[in-house]
Design a protein around this ligand. Structure first.
Ligand code: UT7
Length: 319
């Protein structure tokens, strides 16, 4: 049987770190509130002029190096992002040019914080169908630019970053199962409804969120999606070596782990240091756990995302 397998991972975080203490000095919040409600202690924020494609480029180079592939090998680039450099061309096309990749397809996927799951699942189908041979799948965001930095309900939650993987065909097991979901009737609970029209911004260019509604939706849908992915893969939660969830809130992460019966020691968390980096969150956490050798060859790993749309999805894979 032919699988798509991850051959390398990479990630990149902008240099500037904004701590909860830094935010305390600027808005009416406290480190204690942010840590107790979310688990977030700090987040990275891109420099002025540092674009999503710049973050993606650094993460992509590291993933390609760890997979031992060059620009001549890549024939598919999918970038999951909510913060493209421009309306068009896609960030994937800009990344293709920066990497010097001359062949294949390049496009963006927009599923907000679930974007990496949508992109990886799509790449899996392209690779296993034989249409493409070597995919670069990236989640990259400069979410800090969608935030109203005077709105304490949202600006403390998010950060910037990028993560990437290289996916190739393999006879050895790789991605075993995946499911993707959306419920567009919930679009109003998490959105940036601003857009460009006739040379002007229409609507609100800043992120708006009904935090409690998003929280309730996440804990309602994620355990079902996890069970679905596990069942389809033929494994149980007890057999998982690692769970790499979306890094939005430690309370959501712990709740899902408890619901599916997974010990917290087998959950990869980076939310304390990264905050919520949207589509970059899962590949950033994955790369951290691969590079510090927690995730080892042969391990059974579950990846999961949830975000605006609402969208959500889960993948189970053999490392
Ligand atoms: O990728 C998916 C994206 N988003 C998520 O997953 C977020 C899901 N939601 C959440 O994580 C939580 O709902 C939040 C962390 C956003 C909020 O936590 P909460 O426990 O639901 O708090 P809340 O919204 O009910 O607010 C409680 C209080 C309010 O004050 P009052 O009205 O009770 O006086 C807020 O005004 O906390 C206040 N508050 C803050 N206080 C200090 C809200 N933000 C802050 C803040 N610092 N930054």
């Amino acid at each position: 049987m032919t699988y798509a397998r991850i051959f390398g991972t990479g990630s990149y975080l902008p240099e500037r770190v904004v701590t909860n203490r830094d935010l305390e000095a600027r808005i009416d919040t406290t480190d204690e509130w942010i840590v107790s409600r979310t688990g977030i202690e700090a987040r990275h924020v891109a420099a002025d002029g540092e674009m999503t494609s710049d973050l993606a480029l650094q993460a992509a180079r590291r993933a390609m190096e760890s997979a031992s592939v060059t620009a001549d090998d890549i024939d598919l680039i999918i970038v999951a992002t909510t913060t493209p450099d421009m309306i068009f061309p896609s960030t994937a096309c800009l990344l293709q040019a920066k990497l010097g990749v001359k062949q294949g397809a390049a496009f963006d996927v927009q599923a907000v914080c679930t974007g990496f799951m949508y992109a990886l699942s799509t790449a899996n189908l392209f690779i296993t169908s034989g249409q493409h041979r070597c995919a670069l799948v990236v989640g990259a965001e400069v979410f800090s630019r969608l935030l109203d930095w005077n709105d304490r309900r949202t600006c403390v939650l998010f950060g910037d970053g990028a993560g990437a993987v290289v996916l190739r065909r393999s006879e050895e097991p790789g991605i075993l199962s995946s499911n993707l979901h959306a419920d567009g009737s919930l679009s109003h609970i998490l959105r940036v409804d601003g857009g460009i029209s006739h040379g002007q911004i229409r609507g609100n260019p800043f992120l708006e969120m009904d935090g409690q509604a998003v929280y309730r939706t996440a804990v309602r849908v994620l355990d079902e999606s996890a069970e679905e992915a596990l069942k389809q893969s033929g494994y149980t939660a007890a057999q998982l070596d690692w769970f790499v969830p979306h890094q939005a809130n430690i309370r959501i992460i712990n709740s899902i782990a408890d619901k599916i019966g997974l010990p917290r020691e087998r959950v990869v968390t980076t939310v304390a240091r990264h905050g919520n980096t949207s589509a970059a969150s899962v590949p950033l956490a994955l790369d951290a756990a691969v590079r510090d050798h927690r995730i080892k060859p042969g391990h059974l790993v579950m990846l999961q995302g949830v975000g605006g749309g609402m969208t959500w999805g889960t993948l189970v894979l053999r490392w």
